[in-house]
Design a protein around this ligand. Sequence first.
Ligand code: PLP
Length: 397
Amino acid sequence: MSLSRNVEKLKPSATIAVSTLARKLASEGRDIINLSAGEPDFDTPGFISEAAIEGIRDGRTRYTPPAGLPELRKVIAGHLSDRAGRTLEWEGVVVTAGAKQCLFNTVFTLFGPGDEVLIAAPYWTTYPDQVNLARAEPRPVFGAVDADFKVSPTELEAARTPATRGLIINTPSNPTGAVYTRDELAAIARWCRDHSVWLISDEIYRSIHHDGSEPAPGVLDLDPADLGPFVLIDGASKGFAMTGWRIGFSWCDPDLAKTFTALQSQMTSNAATPSQMAAIAAWKEKDAAASALTEMGHAFRRRRDLVVERIREIGLPFVHPGGAFYLFFRVDGLFDDRVTDATAWCSELLEQQGVALVPGAAFGDDRWVRLSFATSDEVLEEAFRRIGAMAGAASAS
Ligand code: PLP
């Protein structure tokens, strides 16, 4: 079958592939602990679900404008303006079916053949694939391991070519959990500004920040003078435990937002209307939202502390997870003649111990693996017992 060049590099999402295999093994009766999925294990807070149900009862079940209900766009713009300490136009908000779609709108609109897009690595597996779909060239840029892989202008400058058009950065990071400080972000923003490089800042995990009482720093916390052209990506999926509702949003210059809207109007039109009703409640009912976020935040922090303690006991190198709900740890010290990369190591772990993790190949470095700690303490304890057994067996052999 001959397919278009548009999809010649297309492959299914690696993280979704591992979760699917783990679910299949579990359905066959295997005792599987699945720590591969990238979603909170909490139910969506009740006040958010109720708003959707009420919306459905009130007949809010029809199309909305492609960029979302003006009410929702205004609530989001208000939330962003409070944070930025300046007014951000609501026309700059485009609501999408998940943050994945606003990333696609962004990448497809801004980049094309001949363009290079730098991607801070290890990266969320979807970024390079979306850049490929736009037929631009993804260029991973790794920060130093002892800087928790965070990139700085030094690495960016070394990777820059005359074709460099954009940089995709994600903080807190999936897969490492690393969190950029405000100063680190400001330095990156200035570098982008000075070289006319679009800064695409994916802040979907911003509210899941373990090492501070505030959400993690993001581009709107910077001095506007430091910023050149940028697109902010965020959404409801992770912070509000709403992965299945499919609500993301971008904020950018309203003129660019018009093009995102036109693109979306030809692809999916609006995000599901009842989900938009839910999202209005999520961003509007600030007290209810704050208490739900605090409760989930406490659980995530406790689990973060637990996994850090356990990985230290096992003795494998890891990146300090300051945010999100992932532990990224290094397994190449356990390789042997047969197991020579993290993909093989994860297969062995799944086969022998029934624990599903995502090999680092999905994120650009197959010496590392990603573990999602969005599950109960008991499940995490058992998973680490099994990972410890596998690591112990490798060290003893
Ligand atoms: N950005 C990052 C870094 C993610 O990890 C994910 C989901 O895993 C997304 C964006 C997409 O979020 P959504 O489910 O809202 O499409």
